[in-house]
Design a protein around this ligand. Structure first.
Ligand SMILES: *Cc1c(COP(=O)(O)O)cnc(C)c1O
Length: 358
């Protein structure tokens, strides 16, 4: 029996497809720092159009995309950004906006659905007149889908309201849209409409879209012109990136349409696992491709023992704590992989024999 490889740790783990490798092999390239790489220009033009913004810029990672965006919007020292206390920028990006950008964070509690209460955002805004004691709020950041709440979608009505609030107070609005295409597909709202109220968006090409490297930030022409300078400052100006952009162009064309299937597979996984004694995952909480599996307190197994056992069967999960496991579905997880995973988990948790055919 060939050992299977079912990697559910993240949607960053996908490998470039044959089509991507073929496109990379024949990619025409030039120096992008000099502004001449044809496929970088093509990808940026296409992404700007898709997202309904004037311009776009390829960046090495989502972390750099967010950092550049915050630095451009908060280019006056003493600036403050309002963001979720459970947001990727605040939790997982090494505090870069503070350590590199000198930008102060003012967190507002993220609710279970990934939003922040709009009244609390408004109450957190401070110092439009530049008084002596306070940093000045210049930016609000949202995250869509919201990773730490399990890939929940922020609805267009909510984003529009935050956009109105930002305008009213003369602030900018940035969306960390690492998984914005997942949100767009799940909500059935075009991605340009979804981000209409924003000044900038950072989009990961290497999460659900499946490209090997890169993110894109989008915004106005003047935002992108400034972003290009900050990218160079951070060491993110790269040369023959057409190789990477070729793969990204294939990723957008081939894999955006597959996100709906990923979401179906995630929902199937969630509802089947929820029926296993000792495991809990609310299928209704799974809106896109992320699942948080809870091990109930009286269960005989632990998150660690489950992850270890599954690894022996070629299934990789992300252990988040002693009782919590994260699973992320992507285009290289098939319906058969999902069934295999369900069966292996049943076998370990309930002692069922592994069904034949796997
Ligand atoms: C992955 C991720 C990022 C950062 O992307 P990297 O390419 O890993 O730096 C930013 N925001 C969210 C919500 C993410 O999931």
């Amino acid at each position: 029996m060939v050992k299977r490889n079912v990697d559910l740790r993240s949607d960053t783990v996908t490998k470039p497809t044959e089509a991507m490798r073929a496109a990379m092999a024949i990619a025409e390239v030039d120096d992008d720092v000099l502004g001449n790489d044809p496929l970088a220009l093509k990808l940026e033009t296409e992404m700007a159009k898709l997202m309904g913004k004037e311009a776009a810029l390829f960046v090495p990672s989502g972390t750099m995309g967010n950092l550049i965006s915050v630095l451009v919007h908060c280019d006056i020292r003493g600036s403050e950004v309002i963001l979720g206390d459970n947001s990727h920028i605040h939790v997982y990006e090494n505090g870069g906006i503070a350590t590199i950008g000198g930008v102060h964070s003012r967190t507002v509690k993220n609710k279970d659905d990934g939003t922040m209460d709009i009244d609390l955002i408004e109450a957190a805004i401070r110092n439009p007149k530049g008084e002596l004691f306070f940093p000045t709020t210049r930016l609000i950041c949202l995250e869509n889908t919201h990773a730490n709440s399990g890939g929940k979608c922020l609805h267009v009505e909510y984003i529009d309201k935050v956009g109105e609030l930002a305008k009213k107070h003369d602030l900018k609005l940035h969306i960390d849209g690492a998984r914005i295409f997942n949100a767009s597909i799940a909500l059935g709202v075009s991605v340009d409409r979804l981000v209409q109220a924003t000044d900038s968006v950072s989009v990961c090409l290497s999460k659900g879209l499946g490209a090997p490297v890169g993110s894109v930030i989008v915004g106005s022409k003047s935002f992108i012109a400034k972003a290009k300078r900050v990218r160079k400052t951070l060491g993110g100006g790269m040369r023959q990136i057409g190789i990477l952009c070729a793969a990204a162009l294939v990723a957008i064309k081939d894999n955006v349409p597959k996100l709906a299937t990923d979401h179906q597979n995630a929902k199937l996984l969630a509802s089947e696992l929820n029926q296993i004694n000792g495991l809990k995952v609310d299928p209704k909480s799974v809106e896109t491709n992320i699942i948080f599996l809870e091990i109930e307190q009286d269960s005989k197994i632990s998150a660690e023992s489950l992850c270890k056992n599954l690894e022996e069967h070629g299934i990789l999960l992300m252990q988040e704590s002693s009782s919590r496991i994260r699973m992320v579905v992507h285009h290289q997880i098939s319906a058969s992989d999902v069934n295999y995973t369900i069966n292996c988990i049943k076998q370990f948790v309930c002692g069922y024999p592994l069904q034949s055919g796997y």
